[in-house]
Design a protein. Structure first.
Length: 117
């Protein structure tokens, strides 16, 4: 079973930047697409960015387009989310996962991002 461990969250002021990292276990990381998801308090989890297996195609939710950049390093079994021009509306727990999922979806602990002055 593939597992994901997110890191890099923290407290940042509005307008600031953060880079999130996700480490995946397993030897087939380079064969599947990955996504970054987030869940704000009282809201459903939503996908904010997706990258295909090679990194050649990326897609973003309208709310983060132009501010967030997803990337991956298949040699390191890792995917990243560079977040710029953060706003309080970006406050959430951020998760990474395969998208579409590989078998039953299992979520890691996520990493908290708080945007506040």
């Amino acid at each position: 079973q593939v597992q994901f461990v997110e890191s890099g969250g923290g407290l940042v002021q509005p307008g600031g930047s953060l880079t999130l990292s996700c480490a995946a276990s397993g030897r087939t990381f380079s064969s599947y697409a990955m996504g970054w998801f987030r869940q704000a308090p009282g809201k459903e989890r939503e996908i904010v960015a997706r990258i295909n297996w090679s990194g050649g195609r990326t897609d973003y939710a309208d709310s983060v387009k132009g501010r967030f950049t997803i990337s991956r390093d298949n040699a390191k079994n890792s995917v990243y989310l560079q977040m710029n021009t953060l706003t309080p509306e970006d406050t959430a727990v951020y998760y990474c996962n395969a998208d579409p999922p590989i078998g039953p979806r299992s979520w890691g602990q996520g990493t908290q991002v708080t945007v506040s002055s």
